[in-house]
Design a binder for this molecule. Structure first.
Ligand SMILES: Cc1ncc(COP(=O)(O)O)c(C=O)c1O
Length: 426
């Protein structure tokens, strides 16, 4: 946990400064932003693959190892401290996702592992001919685990993706039927930044009594989440995408996990949320999850952690949106560049901008960017299905630029200059 004094300092700073300066100042919290390669300071525009970590999170994790490291449920002090720290982290994660009930939050290695475990458990409740609806836009981690259910005779239907990287809502209406038992869709695309109409998915799935599973991995770093308002049955996210360590989190509506035959040992606590948690968890990292959420909350204001988180996420969204919108517009002006996905006139658009450049593969572009100290990704980022459908896979996918709260307009300008340079070499 960050010490009270550093938390207070952050809070005061965030109230005093205008938006841009507040985020510029936040850069001091991230030691890795000082990293220099080939004499150039690195510009981390790779947030969708994992964000950098502030000192507050690093300190919380080191403090755990230095003072409280133990296994759970022992009679001695460090074990009791570990139990308390894990429960505090669970409570904070619950607040982050908009529920007062920490028993709805299970931790795991990452989103993919949790989703595979859940798909096996849900699969045991399904019969031959039952249907599960997934989408063509999603990351493979929200497709592969459900596709394995075909082995049990479950029929998997796909909501198609349109050329502008949005889901076809008319098709969503027709693929969700009385036979649908589960709809598994992403809140936001990690490849194109699209934000999906999950309210429609909820309405349609509720009409036929199907469960809703939301992949919030790409959404959680940019917008606040309210599982109660979403009325979702399950939601997953990963803390390493929002300034925390490599830990996955699963929200399950109260009472649901108890109905599922999860993979578990006879020695394991059969109640929720532990029913989904096998083996010894990464305690230090879970302590780090709490610190990461507290860190996010420090950008907001209000009398409760939830209020601080919601205001913080709104500020983060607005700051990132302005950088991403100008990046999207400027990239579109470079000859030979095709920018993917929908425009930034919708404020609810994740700040992730992908593009292709005639005559250069995404790998060539990213290699050249790296020479200029710019960290960006090429390829399909495991969102391989939309790349296939949109005909982008054969050319090596796309180049993806992700904006995080520590990015600056200077970094965007540096990136644009480099793209202009690469384009001019064609
Ligand atoms: C949208 C989305 N879903 C799922 C995942 C998988 O998350 P994890 O690495 O925690 O398994 C990712 C990772 O990039 C992602 O971006």
């Amino acid at each position: 946990m960050p010490s009270v004094s550093s938390k207070e300092k952050l809070k005061i700073r965030s109230l005093e400064l205008p938006l841009t300066e507040r985020f510029l100042k936040a850069r001091e919290d991230f030691p890795s932003l000082r990293r220099v390669d080939n004499g150039v300071q690195l510009a981390y525009l790779d947030g969708p693959a994992g964000t950098q970590v502030p000192q507050q999170v690093i300190d919380a994790m080191s403090r755990y190892y230095a003072t409280s490291n133990a296994n759970t449920h022992g009679c001695f002090i460090t074990s009791k401290e570990t139990d308390a720290l894990l429960e505090e982290a669970r409570c904070t994660a619950a607040v982050f996702l908009g529920t007062p009930d920490s028993s709805t939050i299970s931790f795991g290695a990452n989103m993919t592992t949790l989703t595979f475990s859940l798909s096996r458990a849900i699969g045991r409740t399904l019969q031959d001919g039952d249907e599960v609806v997934i989408s063509q836009l999603d990351h493979e981690a929200n497709r592969g685990p459900w596709l394995t259910l075909r082995e049990r005779g479950v029929v998997i239907k796909e909501i198609p993706v349109r050329p502008n990287a949005t889901l076809d809502e008319e098709e969503m209406r027709s693929v969700i039927t009385e036979r649908t038992k589960l709809v598994a869709i992403g809140m936001s695309s990690n490849a194109f930044g699209t934000v999906n109409n999950v309210e429609l998915a909820r309405e349609l799935s509720a009409n036929v009594g199907a469960w809703l599973f939301l992949d919030a991995v790409h959404y959680a770093p940019h917008f606040s989440i309210d599982v109660q308002k979403l009325d979702t049955d399950f939601l997953v996210c990963s803390a390493y995408k929002f300034y925390g360590p490599h830990v996955g989190m699963l929200y399950s509506r109260k009472g649901l996990l108890e109905h599922l035959e999860t993979d578990r040992l006879r020695t394991q606590d059969p109640t929720a949320p532990f029913r989904m948690e096998t083996g010894t968890l990464n305690h230090a990292a879970i302590v780090g999850v709490r610190a990461a959420i507290d860190y996010l909350a420090s950008f907001g204001e209000g009398s409760t952690e939830r209020e601080r988180l919601v205001t913080a996420m709104n500020r983060i969204a607005s700051y990132e949106h302005s950088l991403a919108a100008s990046l999207y517009a400027e990239l579109g002006r470079i000859a030979g560049v095709t920018v993917c996905g929908v425009a930034f006139d919708d404020p609810h658009r994740a700040p992730t901008v992908s593009f292709t450049l005639d005559g250069k593969t995404p790998e060539e572009i990213c290699t050249r960017m790296a020479e200029h100290g710019i960290c960006v990704w090429d390829g399909h980022f495991y969102a391989i299905r939309p790349m296939e459908v949109l005909g982008l896979l054969e050319q090596g996918g796309v180049t993806r630029v992700g904006i995080s709260l520590y990015n600056t307009s200077e970094e965007i300008e540096r990136l644009l200059e480099t793209v202009r340079l690469i384009a001019s070499e064609n």
